[in-house]
Design a protein around this ligand. Structure first.
Ligand SMILES: [Fe+2]
Length: 257
């Protein structure tokens, strides 16, 4: 394969073309769930490779201030998530067996021009708040942002919430301000008081949900593939409320050639 296959667009160029431009207003990526996308042995291959020293390890502590404020957790002991990144996915021979597993399945489901511009194993220890996944520049050979894919290792009482609202801003409040969206109550968001208490409280404040409307709830299931538009706001349910300590999945930020 071409040695430059993994070359990225420069952030400035990417942002101008895909985050600020008309791209995302014109393109729509429908949600879908594909059950049994990866088999147990295939999931095991991904897990084993993610734990090898060839994978790039990054510890994310972005939710540390929230964990300290809400639960008094000492920031130095906090882990939001561990990332195990399959860097240079398409031209690192260490990953060729993973490409052979997943690329044909991606193409069969999403079209022959789809690429995994970013792929990692997420080992989550604190639920992610509202965000979208559009900001990461893609491979030059497949520059157009498309779907986020979540392929859980665990079947558990954790849900990924996806909202109808979408934009190039990572922060939903910036989106609301820019588009002058009027706030509404939880009922219009599409949540009962009970759902809010179980799946969001105390991590996501109702004010932050008041500009959004629930589109889809994806309950984590081992080996299933959940695909959602990278521009749509989404968040994890507060799985700590369910007594779950940790959850793991393969995450892909896909793009189109
Ligand atoms: Fe995300």
């Amino acid at each position: 394969m071409d040695s430059n296959i993994n070359e990225r667009l420069k952030l400035e160029e990417y942002s101008k073309k895909y985050l600020q431009g008309e791209y995302y207003e014109q393109k729509k990526f429908e949600n879908r769930i594909v059950d049994n996308f990866l088999t147990d042995p295939e999931l095991d291959e991904f897990w084993t490779s993610s734990q090898s020293e060839n994978a790039q390890y990054i510890k994310d502590t972005s939710m540390a201030p929230m964990a300290e404020m809400l639960f008094g957790q000492e920031p130095s002991t906090h882990t939001t998530a561990n990332y195990h990144i399959f860097k240079n996915f398409y031209n690192n021979p260490q990953w060729s067996h993973l490409v052979d597993i997943i690329q044909p399945k991606l193409e069969a489901e999403f079209g022959s021009n789809i690429r995994a511009s970013h792929i990692h194993v997420l080992d989550s220890w604190f639920p992610y708040g509202l965000h979208n996944d559009a900001e990461q520049p893609n491979m030059k050979l497949a520059p157009e942002p498309a779907w986020t894919l979540i392929i859980p290792f665990d079947t558990c009482e954790s849900t990924t919430y996806v909202f109808n609202e979408r934009s190039g801003f990572k922060d939903a409040m910036e989106f609301a301000k820019y588009y002058n969206v009027k706030p509404h109550g939880l009922e219009t968001t599409g949540l009962t008081k009970e759902e809010y208490e179980l799946d969001f409280s105390p991590i996501t404040h109702p004010d932050n949900l008041s500009y959004l409307t629930v589109e889809t709830k994806f309950k984590w299931k081992r080996g299933s593939c959940f695909a959602a538009d990278r521009f749509k706001y989404h968040c994890s349910s507060n799985y700590l409320n369910q007594g779950i300590k940790n959850k793991k999945a393969i995450i892909l930020w896909t793009s189109l050639a």
